[in-house]
Design a protein around this ligand. Sequence first.
Ligand code: ADP
Ligand code: MG
Length: 238
Amino acid sequence: MGSLKIENIRKSFGHVDVLKGINLEVKDGEFVIFVGPSGCGKSTLLRVIAGLEDATSGDILIDGKKVNNTPPAKRGIAMVFQTYALYPHLSVRDNMGLGLKQAGKPAEEIKERTRIASAMLSLDDYLERRPAELSGGQRQRVAIGRAIVREPQLFLFDEPLSNLDAALRVNTRLEIARLHRQLKATMIYVTHDQVEAMTLADKIVVLNQGRIEQVGSPMELYNSPQTIFVAGFIGSPQ
Ligand code: ADP
Ligand code: MG
């Protein structure tokens, strides 16, 4: 289970209105991409969904249940950031298991879930290393592994590939697509990259200045952009 409903979400920082009434439904198991220019509110929207940021108004529902007052750790969500956000002093194994440890899971269960996640991500040989001893691509896989071990119903990715070089971006993108098929979890994924959006998404949400411009499948947006903005962003030339 991992359906999401966003109802009229607004978010202001002081006098700046960053999200101006966002409505969106994401079905269980869907892969949804958020695209839009820098500063349009993509990260803020992910943070509101995750509960890392309170909305100014509006509701977030997960599997039909309002979670506005549910703390992030209890929402069944895991977030993967552009910057990996790993602890430098902890091994790969401990980085992946830390959230479970904090949640009070028994050591055996942490070990088993870490084993499964590291096998999925080809990290078995790196479990005792520190992040500084890994490549950028491996670090991002650890960050994804740390999300997987929590067995979330909903994954949020905020530009997870933008610090990787071109070849690694392709590999990691394919890996994320494979994980989506394997885990059957709902994934919401922010990117600047049109190829990522077109190849990964069941549904693309185009954001502009705190509003949704258009929602549709990659082909719908490509073939029938409703605005010049959408056409410029992902549609065919008009
Ligand atoms: P995006 O991820 O689409 O690039 P963000 O969601 O990061 O955009 O930011 C949207 C706008 O909100 C930007 O103008 C940014 O400066 C502003 N903003 C984001 N977080 C904060 C914050 N904690 N305090 C004040 N302004 C913020
Ligand atoms: Mg951002």
